[in-house]
Design a protein around this ligand. Structure first.
Ligand code: NDP
Length: 682
């Protein structure tokens, strides 16, 4: 793209790239001020876009979780192959190549991570079963099961300017995995990069038609048409978020609304982490990094730097020295350590917020009005050097806990004891992330207990994780991203939890047979089948409910003693009659739990080579009744769940295994997990 010739961004709506009806607002390169693109989405029929998305959802819902997970992986690979083009354009947003990696590779990582979690943690089905079966009748004829199914609307994702790629993909990955189509609305300022990536996504042909639409420009009346089957997520300023959250259709239709807004994140230097300790150095490094990565335009960046009063001077001196080396300049220049803010408007905004913060503190590092750059023109680019303020009386401060200067700006605050530091973190009124740098377990425990209700994520930093820590400011796909109160009250990602935001949880009540038919899982009381041994069946013929009731076997004292000497497990309850009797749970010597499990396997296996390839574990193993010498055991093994793997010749089969004694009492209950071939002979 020629940076001098702005091109008109288009929206991808109803399967077509559409230009806005007007000329569009000019978007400039953050580092040079050169025109990049124009943006306008006027004239687009937003109600039609929503209707098209909703109608297209059926194709996604027809896919299984594993098929959608494979799609995310293929998408991640296809986009990775084009990353150079994305990085080249990313420079125009003011991001250095290192910043670009957080946005671009960070976004791809989210796709890969959700793909892998989807294949590992979700069944290869179209609905999710959640929690245990709830028995609702004494005779077992009426039960309930919670299930989750994809919502049948569209997920509208309104994103912030600071992460044009990651911001889209961190929301898109769980949305698509859940089986919901999405409409992405990037912030205008950096929408050209989102548009380029969406073009690449569409060109892969990997997504079903309608699974992804893009609005470059204003959303117009889109949010007037959302229904209870749609989801809206928002990342940006608290004021816009509040306005959207209380808009008519969202309130009237109880539309799920996830908000991630301003966050005055704190980092605490522990009372033990005095100058000269590794934790002190790590803390200074982390604050420096958080202030300068993306020029501080990160929702998780450290805004409040809480330090023991006696360490304040040392911290300010160390930050001054470290930040002094962070050359601001053109994002693509090798000497640049910190890029530009996203726009001149954003720089004006940050300067205004610094003035607000000065009500509570003095500037001790940097000068917001005197810009020095190692490359580029300080007036053409939206540059700003790091600014540190010092607040001596943070308990009585207001602005320091309320004003988010969305740039390379932090306030150092002195605290007198750990309780005060904890109270100060809470003054943020709810934050996305916090960190505590300490090598003292008691400090970590007290800090986390006091801070956790106010935070979505807390990082504990010390010398032992110095090399492996992912850092204060890095949201991770498998961890919750979001925070209470001021941070918006929402949760994003957090592994499979994030997928469930796009699904409806329903309690289904009925007979076990009907529940089993709905969920595809065998449950107690549902029909069973006993023909040939189920271990002789490949996935072609095996069905949930296939069952074997085994012959029985007596457990003798010799068996117990043999097992004890063979394994070395000579625990008194198996070996010493008097000691076992003195135990409140036993009436004399008892068999080892693992002996019971081993005998059970000996009873239920069919030993010949066959479609069962491996036993890879057991789940939920419980020993429920003690087994004494002379007890007679039998096993009931029932095929409970079948999960054929995509792109593999086998699948996972979960078996309900119940071991009973001569009186019919259940002595052990567990799930046996096996790999079974799709066909046999293979
Ligand atoms: P905004 O709240 O103005 O914009 C966020 C998103 O909402 C953008 O996509 C914007 O689109 C869109 N938007 C704005 N108005 C509407 C509307 N009426 N209907 C639908 N969508 C709308 O925030 P900014 O991006 O301008 O950032 C402002 C401040 O927000 C920052 O300075 C910072 O303090 C904070 N912020 C916080 C973040 C966080 O995660 N904690 C992240 C980013 C910003 P458009 O760009 O087209 O207006």
């Amino acid at each position: 793209m020629n940076a001098q010739t702005p091109y008109a961004l288009k929206s991808y709506i109803c399967g077509d790239w559409k230009a806005g009806a007007r000329d569009g607002v000019l978007l400039r390169d953050a580092g040079t001020g050169a025109p990049v693109a124009t943006i306008d989405a006027s004239g687009i029929d937003m109600a039609e876009a929503l209707a098209y998305g909703r109608a297209s959802g059926a194709a996604l819902r027809a896919m299984t979780f594993h098929q959608r997970a494979e799609m995310l992986k293929a998408l991640g690979k296809a986009l990775s192959a084009q990353k150079d083009a994305f990085h080249a354009l990313s420079l125009a947003t003011g991001a250095t190549p290192r910043d670009g990696m957080v946005d671009i590779e960070g976004g791809f990582h989210t796709l890969f991570s959700y793909s892998s979690q989807g294949r590992r943690e979700l069944p290869n089905t179209r609905l999710l079963v959640e929690g245990p079966v709830e028995g609702l009748s004494k005779d077992g004829s009426f039960s309930a099961q919670h299930i989750l199914t994809p919502l049948q609307g569209v997920a509208v994702h309104v994103n912030a300017f600071n992460f044009p790629v990651w911001g889209m993909l961190e929301k898109l990955a769980p949305t698509l995995l859940a089986g919901m189509p999405a409409i992405i609305k990037p912030a205008s300022q950096t929408a050209y990069l989102t548009e380029l990536v969406v073009r690449a996504i569409i060109e892969t042909g990997l997504l079903p038609a309608g699974a992804l639409q893009l609005i470059c420009g204003s959303t117009g009346d889109l949010l007037d048409h959302v229904t209870g089957q749609d989801v809206v997520t928002f990342t940006g300023s608290a004021s816009t978020g509040r306005m959207l959250r209380t808009s008519k259709a969202i309130v009237e239709n109880s539309v799920r609304f996830t908000m991630e807004a301003d966050s005055l994140n704190a980092s605490v230097l522990g009372p033990d982490a005095v100058a000269g300790t590794p934790e002190f150095d790590l803390f200074v490094k982390e604050v420096t990094r958080e202030m300068t990565v993306k020029a501080g335009q990160k929702c998780t960046a450290i805004r409040r730097v809480l330090v023991p009063r006696a360490q304040a001077d040392a911290v300010i001196a160390a930050l001054g020295a470290a930040l002094g080396k962070m050359n601001a300049g053109l994002p693509g220049d090798a000497a640049t350590r910190m890029g530009a803010l996203a726009s001149h408007a954003q720089r004006d905004e940050v300067r205004a917020r610094i003035r607000d913060l000065q009500a509570d503190g003095e500037i001790v590092v940097g000068d917001p009005d005197a810009v020095s750059v190692s490359s580029g023109d300080p007036d053409d680019g939206a540059f700003l050097n790091p600014v540190v303020l010092y607040c001596d009386k943070p308990l009585s401060a207001k602005a320091a806990h309320d004003v988010e200067a969305f740039g390379p700006v932090s306030t150092v605050m002195a605290y007198d004891d750990l309780d005060e530091a904890i109270a100060l973190t809470q003054r943020g009124k709810g934050s996305l992330a916090a960190s505590v740098f300490t090598n003292a377990p008691e400090v970590a425990e007290a800090a986390v207990l006091g801070m956790a209700p106010f935070h979505g994520r807390i990082l504990l930093g010390n010398r032992a994780s110095a090399k492996t820590s992912t850092g204060h400011g890095a949201p991770l796909p498998n961890l919750v991203h979001g925070g209470p109160g001021r941070a918006g009250g929402g949760e994003e990602m957090g592994g499979i939890r994030g997928v469930k935001h796009f699904m409806q949880r329903t309690a289904v009540q009925g007979t076990p047979a009907l529940l089993s038919a709905v969920t595809g899982r065998w449950i107690e009381g549902a029909p069973t089948r006993a023909d040939i041994h189920p271990f002789r069946k490949s996935l072609e013929t095996l069905q949930v409910g296939d069952q074997i009731v085994t012959a029985t076997r007596e457990v003798t004292l010799d068996d117990i003693e043999h097992f004890a000497s063979f394994t070395g497990d000579t625990f008194y309850a198996h070996m010493d009659e008097d000691a076992a009797r003195a135990n409140p749970f036993f009436d004399g010597r008892v068999a080892h739990g693992y002996l019971i499990v081993s005998f059970a396997a000996g009873l239920f296996v069919q030993p010949d080579p066959g479609p069962v390839l491996a036993n890879y574990g057991v789940d939920n193993l419980r020993f429920l009744t003690p087994v004494n010498p002379g007890d007679v055991l039998g096993v009931r093994l029932t095929c409970k769940e079948i999960n054929p793997r995509e792109n593999a010749e086998h699948g996972e089969v979960r078996w309900d295994c119940q071991v009973t004694n001569q009186d019919g009492a259940v002595v052990a209950q567990y799930d046996v997990l096996t790999m079974v071939a799709k066909t046999w002979p293979q």
